[in-house]
Design a protein around this ligand. Structure first.
Ligand SMILES: Nc1nc2c(c(=O)[nH]1)N[C@H]1C(S)=C(S)[C@@H](COP(=O)(O)O)O[C@H]1N2
Ligand SMILES: [Mo]
Length: 407
């Protein structure tokens, strides 16, 4: 909650509180001093960004919030159910007619600046692209890793529309020594300093040239929502979503690995070779995360569902594997002793998640867990347990498990 809002609430009378809530606070006279009624605290995020009430807020400065598995059931993730990961403060008072994208850098043949209208005059391409935060699943690491404690909900697959980054790079001209494309967004560092970027990452030139790598101005057929990068965003599907810069206003074609904020140290990097849990790792032994590992979600039913007596149940979800395809998804209801094969659909396009479904038979009433496990086109399988510990808790692709009661 913003401090101005906190101030406002502090000064409010009980009547004002009730006014905002739209109902009397029945035991209002016992409300502790400075206590913010939960509903106001919660509504702040959900109302501000038009988010589903089931989105879980992990941090309010900067805003970070994740989905729960059952609200990720849509084939294409709607804006209301898309996780929010901010490293800094969302830009204010954006004027689209003033917005430009400048492409420069040591390895650019020219420097060019495009308005949004200029960008829209290039051929438009639309792809469904999976974006998963590198830290999704961080909450399961032991020893624990600092940072937002994402569980399973920092993943989305929306439909992104815009211009191919490769078309722009060709327009500007790329020198032969080009290695990386770094992004700069308009969000502000938490310190308020205009000279610091909250984050400035990017992708190697080969990923930048991939046909699905977009400079997007649309999400799900509309303007990109403010919190997801309005009016312009780099979208590099299948890679940690930190590579997909929001509020994009500058790209730099670099002759070395981009050295912007959060490219170094343990940020978005993991030990190049496995280490023991808790071990200190030297910077030079850390490698940048590229394509994300194979993973899946059970989006129906909801974990905790009380299903009544039934012999069978149709279950479903999504699976994705970074730049690879998912080749098969299995489920187990006997704690992994036996596995049944699911139906698996082809992706709408490369880098989009795939939908799977299964029909579970229950031998009798009782408590069950459903576990899902995806395998990628190179034979890599999701592990049952949290994989390779790393200092920042990235890349946990352990199987998703849900609990249900039948009867
Ligand atoms: N400018 C800018 N771009 C950014 C970020 C940011 O803080 N600022 N966060 C990155 C990270 S770490 C992630 S996981 C994704 C989150 O995208 P979303 O909030 O649209 O889901 O945006 C990436 N792009
Ligand atoms: Mo992220």
């Amino acid at each position: 909650m913003s401090s101005s809002r906190r101030q406002f609430i502090k000064k409010s009378t009980l009547a004002a509180f009730s006014g905002i809530i739209g109902a009397p606070i029945v035991f209002g006279k016992w409300l502790p001093k400075d206590y913010i009624p939960l509903i106001l605290d919660q509504n702040d995020f959900h109302n501000k960004f038009s988010k589903d009430p089931a989105m879980v807020v992990l941090n309010d400065k900067p805003w970070n919030a994740e989905a729960q598995a059952h609200i990720l059931d849509d084939k294409v993730t709607p804006a209301s159910r898309m996780f929010v990961r901010n490293n800094g403060l969302i830009p204010q008072d954006i004027q689209t007619d003033q917005w430009t994208l400048t492409i420069d850098g040591e390895s650019a043949l020219t420097t060019k600046t495009y308005t949004l209208a200029d960008l829209k005059s290039f051929p438009k391409h639309t792809y469904q692209l999976t974006l998963e935060c590198g830290g999704n699943g961080r909450n399961e690491f032991d020893p624990p890793a600092k940072g937002n404690q994402w569980s399973i909900g920092a993943v989305s697959c929306a439909s992104w529309g815009g211009v191919r980054l490769s078309d722009l790079l060709k327009d500007v001209g790329v020198k032969e020594d080009a290695i990386y494309v770094g992004y700069y967004g308009k969000d502000m560092h938490l310190s308020g300093s205009p000279d610091k970027n909250p984050i400035s990452r990017g992708v190697p030139i080969s990923k930048a040239m991939m046909e699905e790598t977009l400079i997007a101005y649309e999400m799900n057929g509309e303007d990109i929502p403010l919190v997801h990068g309005f009016p312009l965003r780099l979208v590099a599907g299948g890679w940690p979503a930190s590579a997909s810069g929001k509020w994009l206003h500058r790209l730099s074609i670099r002759n070395k690995v981009h050295d912007g904020a959060k490219m170094e140290g343990s940020s978005y990097r993991v030990p190049c070779e496995p280490v023991a849990p808790g071990e200190k790792v030297l910077d030079e032994n850390m490698c940048i995360i590229e394509s994300m590992p194979v993973k899946s979600l059970i989006t129906y039913p909801k974990s905790g569902a009380m299903l009544g007596t039934k012999k069978s149940l149709a279950i479903r979800g999504h699976a994705w594997a970074g730049e690879l395809n998912v080749s098969v998804v299995h489920y187990s209801i006997d704690f992994g002793v036996t596995w049944q094969k699911c139906e698996l659909q082809a992706a709408a396009n490369r880098l989009a998640w795939q939908h799977w479904s299964g029909n579970v038979s229950f031998p009798k009433d009782g408590y069950y867990e459903i576990w899902a496990r995806a395998t990628d086109s190179e034979g890599n399988m999701q592990p049952m347990l949290v994989p390779g510990w790393n200092p920042k808790g990235y890349l946990n692709n352990a199987c998703h498990r849900i609990a249900i009661k039948v009867g």
